[in-house]
Design a protein around this ligand. Structure first.
Ligand SMILES: NC(=O)c1ccc[n+]([C@@H]2O[C@H](COP(=O)([O-])OP(=O)(O)OC[C@H]3O[C@@H](n4cnc5c(N)ncnc54)[C@H](OP(=O)(O)O)[C@@H]3O)[C@@H](O)[C@H]2O)c1
Length: 260
C-alpha cells in the first residue's frame, strides 16, 4: 500500500560498507553476512586482533582499527576507508558501551565514557562522512539504537538516554537526508546475546543470537524499511508500553520487574 521509506537494496554484491563496531556481537555478524553476500566491508573498532579474526575469511574485508571517542582518529580512519572502498554506500554506527546501573549507582567517569562512545562519536562520524555523502547524492546511514531508547528503563541510567537521543537524531537525519537521496535506517534491536548484554544479571526475554539480529537488519534494509526492530514479538510489546499513559506504564513495569 505504501512505498518503502528507503530505496530497497536488491543486491549486496559489491556494496561498499563501513561498519563501526565490527569486532564482536551484532557488528561482527553484520560484517560476516555482508562479506558472504559479496560486499566490500571496512571493519572498525579498537581491538585490531579481533577485527582481523572477523575479516580473515574474505579478501573483500579491510581492517581499520580506531577509538571512536578520539575525534582526530575519525579523520585518519575515514581516509583509510576511502582508500579501501573509494566511495561509501553504507555506514553503520554500531559501536557502543553499556554499564548496567541504577540511578544512585551512576559514576561520572563511566557516564562520560558511555555518552562519548554511544552518542558523541556518532556526531563526530556524521560530521566526517556526511559532507561527501550529501555531495554524492546517495548512500546510506544506519544507526543502531535500541528498544531501551523507547522509554526510561531501570538499570540503563546512562545507556538508555544515549539510545533515546539516537532515535531522535536518526529521525532528524531521515528528514534532512531522504530528500537529498540518502537512505537512513533506525535499527532498534531487542535483546541479543553479545559481550554487551553478558553484563545483564536478569533473564532477557526473547533473546536472539547476533546472527539472527544481523539477518533481520539486512532483511529490513533490503526491503527499504526506515525503522528495523526485532524480534517483533518483543518490540511490539515495548511499542505498546511506550504509548500508555505514564501511570499505567510505571504500574506495569513495576509489576513485571517484580515478578520476573
Ligand atoms: N546486544 C543487545 O541486546 C543490543 C540491544 C539493542 C541494541 N544494541 C546495540 O547494538 C550495537 C552492538 O552491540 P553488541 O550487543 O553487538 O555489543 P558488543 O558485542 O559489545 O559490540 C560493541 C562494539 O562496539 C565497539 N566499541 C566499543 N567502544 C568502542 C570505542 N571506543 N571505539 C571503537 N569501537 C568501540 C566494540 O569493539 P572494541 O571493544 O574492539 O572497540 C564492539 O565491536 C550497540 O550499539 C548496542 O547498543 C545491542
Amino acid at each position: 500500500m505504501f512505498s518503502p521509506m528507503n530505496k530497497p537494496i536488491s543486491d549486496w554484491k559489491n556494496q561498499r560498507i563501513w561498519i563501526i563496531g565490527a569486532s564482536s556481537g551484532i557488528g561482527a555478524a553484520l560484517a560476516e553476512q555482508a562479506l558472504k553476500a559479496g560486499a566490500h566491508v571496512v571493519l572498525s573498532a579498537r581491538n585490531a586482533a579481533q577485527l582481523q579474526l572477523v575479516a580473515q575469511s574474505s579478501t573483500c574485508a579491510y581492517v581499520v582499527p580506531f577509538d571512536v571517542t578520539n575525534q582526530a582518529a575519525w579523520t585518519t580512519a575515514y581516509q583509510q576507508t576511502q582508500q579501501h572502498l573509494a566511495k561509501i554506500d553504507l555506514i553503520i554506527f554500531c559501536a557502543a558501551t553499556y554499564q548496567p546501573e541504577l540511578s544512585w549507582e551512576i559514576n561520572a567517569t563511566s557516564a562520560d565514557r558511555t555518552l562519548r562512545t554511544n552518542l558523541g562519536a556518532v556526531y563526530t562520524g556524521l560530521a566526517t562522512v556526511l559532507p561527501d555523502m550529501v555531495a554524492q547524492g546517495g548512500g546510506g546511514i544506519a544507526v543502531i539504537a535500541s528498544v531501551a531508547g523507547y522509554f526510561g528503563l531501570p538499570n540503563a541510567s546512562v545507556y538508555g538516554p544515549t539510545k533515546a537521543a539516537l532515535i531522535n537524531l536518526t529521525e532528524i537525519l531521515y528528514s534532512d537526508l531522504h530528500p537529498k537521496g540518502l537512505n537512513v535506517y533506525l535499527i532498534n534491536p531487542g535483546f541479543v546475546k553479545t559481550p554487551l548484554t553478558d553484563r545483564n544479571t536478569f533473564t532477557m526475554p526473547a533473546l536472539q543470537t547476533p546472527e539472527q539480529a544481523a539477518a533481520a537488519i539486512w532483511q529490513g534494509m533490503s526491503a527499504g524499511r526506515f525503522e528495523i526492530h526485532f524480534p517483533r514479538r518483543f518490540t511490539q510489546v515495548m511499542k505498546l508500553l511506550q504509548l500508555l499513559p505514564y501511570r499505567w506504564r510505571f504500574f506495569l513495569l513495576e509489576r513485571f520487574l517484580k515478578t520476573s
